[in-house]
Design a protein around this ligand. Structure first.
Ligand SMILES: *[C@@H]1O[C@H](CO)[C@@H](O)[C@H](O)[C@H]1NC(C)=O
Ligand SMILES: *[C@@H]1O[C@H](CO)[C@@H](O)[C@H](O)[C@H]1NC(C)=O
Length: 138
């Protein structure tokens, strides 16, 4: 199931970058770029409609991957069942080597405490679980 999801996501990713030569590059290389997500942090609370930077480590990105583009998906649940929202990526076609991309938390999703963000370069990396709430209360 997870493999099927990964496959669909990778296909989506390929579609998103058809203008570049990346698919053949991805197909022939064994180097995997799998950056560690540094934000959202575990148990962060993000309100619907609010804008946040998703950030990741760029120090270990190999030179071959410097020009890779990424896709960010929202999921929830567990590592074995991520319920990734493939049809509505949070961000697409951004440069992985920037180390961050700005996303707006969608309205109309279910408030949950087990949301996660998955960053796809050519392999997925998962953020810690975080909360999405209707609004921030101080
Ligand atoms: C995201 O990061 C960029 C670069 O560091 C910064 O200019 C921008 O203000 C940040 N946006 C948010 C919403 O934090
Ligand atoms: C995917 O995201 C869209 C837009 O935020 C939302 O309307 C839809 O309900 C989500 N689908 C799932 C399966 O979570």
């Amino acid at each position: 199931m997870l493999c099927d999801l990964l496959l669909s996501v990778l296909l989506l990713f390929f579609v998103a970058i058809t203008s570049s030569a990346a698919p053949t590059t991805l197909a022939k290389t064994q180097i995997v770029c799998n950056p560690h997500i540094t934000s959202p942090k575990k148990y962060a609370k993000w309100a619907m409609g609010s804008t946040h930077n998703v950030t990741w480590d760029i120090i270990n990105i190999p030179p071959e991957k410097i020009s890779s583009r990424g896709v960010l998906l929202l999921g929830h649940g567990s590592r074995s069942n991520e319920n990734l929202n493939i049809s509505h990526p949070l961000a697409t076609d951004f440069p992985i080597n920037h180390g961050w991309v700005s996303v707006t938390v969608p309205h109309g999703i279910e408030p949950r405490s087990d949301y996660m963000i998955v960053l796809f370069g050519d392999s997925g990396n998962v953020s810690p679980p975080f909360h999405v709430v209707h609004e921030m209360r101080y």
